[in-house]
Unconditional design. Sequence first.
Lengths: 113, 209
Amino acid sequence: MATINNVNFDDVVNEALKAAQIVLSDNWDEARDIVENIAKGLVNDVSFIAKKKLSGEFNEDDARVYLEDQKMLARVRLRSLAIITLQIAERVWNAIADVFRTAIKTALKWLLL
Amino acid sequence: MYCNSMVASSNRFRSAIVTMAAVFLLLSLSACSIKLVQPFDEKLLNDTDAFYKKGAVMIIEGQNFSPKTDQDRQSIADAVFQQNPAHFSKFESKYDGLIVDSESLILRAMSRSQEIGTAGQSIQKKIEELIGASVPTNCPDLQSEFGKVSLTAQNYVDLKCLILNWKEQHRKSGILKKANWEGRKLTLFNIVFAIEKAESFKKEKENNK
């Protein structure tokens, strides 16, 4: 790739990739946690209903209402996962943009951004 | 020799065009920072926490006063049914308080959603459509009332929906059972946890900037 005013853009791309990797590794655990939370939540729901049915505390109507509530919970969990993922994407993009902004300023000697 | 010179010039010209195209592309791609989600809002997080506490207190009260089984409930005499401390009439104002609090959370979330960039708004709209198609809301009228709002605000719309449905369930049955309240406790905890997980995630990295 080009070298402009002693700025080697191959190096810039590598630097940008490293910046993106750092953001991803710093943030991935949070996204993984909520996915685990969703999966465990589904198992817990079934256990809860089974337990309450066995003890006679839940009739079919109670189970139906509880599951309706879990639908709303599922929506919120999906949204929360989306929010976290979008936040990660935003950080990755902005980390890459920062690297290029500096490089372009140096290469072109223009204060464009 | 002339041809070699011409080829060399042509190659240099081509290289210059490619370089300029690459620089233009880089400029476009790195033009500005983007905002895909609305920013961290400490007040919103604190108010969500307060909402949870209020809801949890109501649930504990309900659990304490309520019968365990259908038979226990049926054994409550008609004459004293409405006076029973677990009766809906004793909880109606508590539900209303939570409904108002959820509306306040929605308003707060909506007021900060202006800070999402155009690309972010577009992506969030698509995500919400997908979620709506996969898991339709229990409150279609409420959904229409608020229309297209950010993912953060939509979470609070669903929270309001939950409370509205709880109020209606309690009103219809008159007196709930302990297990109903126990289920609500789990649901409330998990919903607020999911909301707070997403919102507080925004904070950690802002502090690291």
